[in-house]
Design a protein around this ligand. Structure first.
Ligand code: FAD
Length: 120
C-alpha cells in the first residue's frame, strides 16, 4: 500500500486526495468572491460524483446533503472553507474509527506549517 509504482488502493487514493482537498482550502482566498464560491461549489459537487471510490463518494455526498443543511460547504472565506473541510474529513475519520483531528490546527497542518518549525 506504500508502493507508488502500483495502482492506488482506497487508502493511498484517500491520503493523496485529502492532500489535494486541504491544499485547495489553504490556497483559497482569505475572502472569496461570488464567482470563486460558485466555482468551488461546482468542483465539490462534481468531485463528490466522480471520486473513484464509489462508497466513499456516495457517503460524502450524503454527508454534504444532510437535511438540516449543517454540512453544506461554507465557502465565504479561507477560514470558513478550511474549517469545513476539516469537519468533512473528521466525518470520514469517525466513520472509519480513526482519531478526529483538532480543527484549530488545520492551517498549521496544511498552510503555514507547525509553529515549532518542524516543516521548515
Ligand atoms: P488520512 O485520513 O488520509 O489523512 C491524511 C492526513 O491528514 C493525516 O495524517 C493528518 O495529518 C491529516 N488529517 C487527518 N484528519 C484531518 C482533518 N479532519 N482535517 C485536516 N487534516 C486532517 N476510506 C474508506 O475506507 N472508506 C470510505 O468511505 C472513505 N471515504 C473517503 C471519502 C473522501 C472524500 C476521501 C478523500 C477519502 C475517503 N476514504 C475512505 C479514505 C480515508 O479517508 C483515508 O484517506 C485512508 O483511510 C488513509 O487514512 P490515513 O490514516 O492515512 O490518513
Amino acid at each position: 500500500s506504500t508502493n507508488n509504482d502500483c495502482p492506488p488502493d482506497v487508502e493511498q487514493l484517500g491520503r493523496s486526495t485529502w492532500t489535494l482537498l486541504h491544499s485547495l482550502t489553504a490556497a483559497y482566498p482569505t475572502t472569496a468572491s461570488n464567482e470563486q464560491q460558485t466555482e468551488m461549489r461546482s468542483f465539490l459537487g462534481l468531485f463528490s460524483k466522480l471520486y473513484p471510490c464509489w462508497v466513499c463518494a456516495d457517503d460524502f455526498r450524503a454527508w454534504m446533503a444532510h437535511p438540516s443543511g449543517k454540512n453544506e460547504p461554507r465557502l465565504s472565506s479561507r477560514a470558513e472553507f478550511g474549517q469545513w473541510m476539516c469537519e468533512a474529513h473528521n466525518a470520514v475519520n469517525r466513520k472509519l474509527g480513526k482519531k478526529e483531528f483538532d480543527c484549530n490546527f488545520w492551517e498549521e497542518r496544511w498552510r503555514t506549517g507547525w509553529k515549532d518549525g518542524r516543516c521548515d
